[in-house]
Design a protein around this ligand. Structure first.
Ligand SMILES: O=C(O)CCC(=O)C(=O)O
Ligand SMILES: [Fe+2]
Length: 521
């Protein structure tokens, strides 16, 4: 799909440019044809004016021949063929189709449009963005168009319509009202669908009905009928609304089913996630005061000269940035090698994994065996963490698209990883490279630690998912906040428990059951 990653959207623009080129060629030919037709018609007109006395005219054997020839051949060749015979168009269509087939191109579809709609809805929801401000490209409290673009009436209409289709009547009606406001006083240009007042009302009226505002729904429905008295749908709705209104007058008002928060959204960790992403919830100075920055060589001679720059972010569980770990050229290479292999990210384990709104991104895996150029990076990961990569997973490259996010989750497996990872055991440490700076949003959030880590290009974020006794540490629930502006590229490495026995021996006391209250919150 096109909505879950920026990399796919980039490809879309290339293909669009290609289609423009093809149609330019087509139009050029069509224009030539049209000029020919005009010339021909002019000639015929002149001849018709000149014809004078018909007896005389056809008395001339050449005129008779020319006229017949014109009617048999010229009209067909100059007018009928170019206009009615679509073979010219068919030829372009075939050539365009073949070219698109060759690059296995399938354009975006309704599902992509819905995905993009849900992405914007998520941004509004998580970052509390008012509709009219988002429509004007304003993201932060200051009145500034950070997005450098705004939405047209038809954009707002499309959003409102899609939102109402998924029963998001509250936001849906706001977008439709925004479309209405914008429609007056703004040329719609070529952008389709060109919206009319009636079209907006057709969705707005049922939306207010969905919200339980029957009176307004009825009023708006009447507005449709004022403009188009024979509007079938509105006539039907009028009867329904009036019936319901009468019932409401005599009985108690009916109950409406407003969209409920999903079970996921109701969770405490989700509510904390929102507040951490917004920057509303953060560590207190007291919590921060023991955090240090340091230069570290981890006992490796090379790094005594060029130490790692460590910035602690949380001590227990341990979370830290390591800055300037990757070079620009390395990051470019990683993204380059991954592009073209990206697939929609899934959640869940192996055979049971599915795509989900919980994780809207695309990813691919880079195996060390197949990519020997990664060996230096692999070595550096060992040096930074002091852990063995013997049991590590391949590198996972991830790209987030419009409103792309990863809702709160644990990186470790429920069953200590035995089913999926066998002797290698659970995911001990997550090492996450930020491959680019994100303009706005996209922080890695730890709801229980009140910590939002903004992406810093070239830096590595590390944290231990397990206690020292290798039991699951439920405080490490974390998430990728929705990307508000820009794109987000990261790359994950998961170090496992196996093979670390001499590098990070486990503790002597069991931590099993610690912070268990957080497990399902
Ligand atoms: O995108 C992020 O910052 C977090 C990603 C993450 O948690 C994961 O891929 O497991
Ligand atoms: Fe994660």
């Amino acid at each position: 799909d096109y909505y879950s990653a920026i990399s796919e959207l980039e490809r879309l623009l290339d293909v669009e440019a290609f289609i423009v080129e093809k149609f330019d060629q087509y139009l050029e030919q069509a224009q030539k044809d049209q000029e020919n037709i005009k010339k021909f018609l002019k000639q015929v007109e002149d001849l018709q004016i000149d014809r004078g006395d018909l007896e005389d005219y056809f008395g001339n054997p050449l005129n008779a021949f020319k006229t017949i020839r014109r009617l048999v051949h010229d009209w067909k060749f100059n007018v009928f063929d170019p206009v009615f015979d679509t073979s010219n168009f068919e030829a372009y269509k075939t050539s365009l189709g073949d070219s698109l087939d060759k690059i296995k191109f399938k354009g975006p579809n309704q599902e992509d449009l819905h995905g993009a709609t849900r992405g914007l809805l998520r941004l509004q929801n998580i970052y509390n963005l008012p509709t009219n401000r988002l429509a004007n490209g304003v993201l932060l409290p200051e009145e500034k168009n950070q997005l450098g673009t705004s939405l047209s009436a038809s954009d707002c209409f499309e959003l409102g319509k899609n939102l109402c289709e998924i029963k998001e009547y509250s936001y849906g009606s706001e977008w439709l009202l925004e479309a209405r406001k914008r429609m007056h006083g703004q040329p719609l240009g070529f952008i389709s669908p060109n919206v009319s007042d009636v079209q907006i009302l057709e969705h707005l009226s049922p939306a207010f009905n969905g919200l339980g505002n029957l009176k307004l729904a009825h009023k708006l429905n009447n507005e449709i009928l004022d403009k188009e008295s024979g509007h079938e749908e509105a006539l039907k709705n009028k009867i329904v609304y009036e019936g319901q209104l009468a019932k409401e007058r005599s009985l108690s008002p009916r109950k409406v089913n407003l969209p409920q928060l999903t079970e996921r959204e109701k969770k405490e960790s989700f509510q904390l996630y929102k507040r951490v992403c917004q920057g509303e919830l953060r560590q207190s100075p007291r919590e921060q005061r023991n955090l240090k920055c340091s230069l570290s060589h981890q006992g490796v001679p090379y790094y005594r000269l060029s130490p790692f720059k460590v910035e602690q972010l949380n001590l227990d569980p341990y979370v830290a940035y390591v800055h300037e770990v990757l070079r620009d050229s390395e990051m470019e290479l990683i993204m380059e090698k991954g592009k073209g292999h990206m697939e929609r990210s899934k959640v869940g384990q192996s055979v049971n994994s599915t795509t989900s709104e919980i994780r809207t991104s695309q990813n691919t895996w880079l195996w060390y065996d197949a990519n020997p150029w990664l060996s230096q990076i692999k070595q550096r990961l060992e040096d930074v963490t002091g852990l063995s990569t013997e049991t590590a997973e391949p590198l996972q490259l991830v790209n987030y698209g419009i409103g792309g996010q990863y809702e709160p989750h644990y990186d470790f497996m429920e069953d200590d990883g035995h089913a999926v990872f066998g002797w290698k055991g659970n995911r001990l440490l997550t090492a996450l490279f930020y491959l680019n700076d994100v303009s706005l949003g996209g922080a890695t959030a730890f709801p229980y630690l009140r910590l939002a880590v903004p992406p810093v290009k070239g830096s590595l974020l590390i944290w231990y998912n397990l206690h020292r006794s290798m039991h699951k540490d439920f405080r490490t629930k974390h998430a990728g906040c929705p990307v508000l502006k820009g794109s987000k590229w990261i790359c994950n490495e998961w170090f496992h428990v196996g093979a670390q026995e001499f590098r990070r021996p486990c503790g002597l006391k069991s931590d099993e059951g610690k912070f268990l209250d957080l497990e399902h919150k």
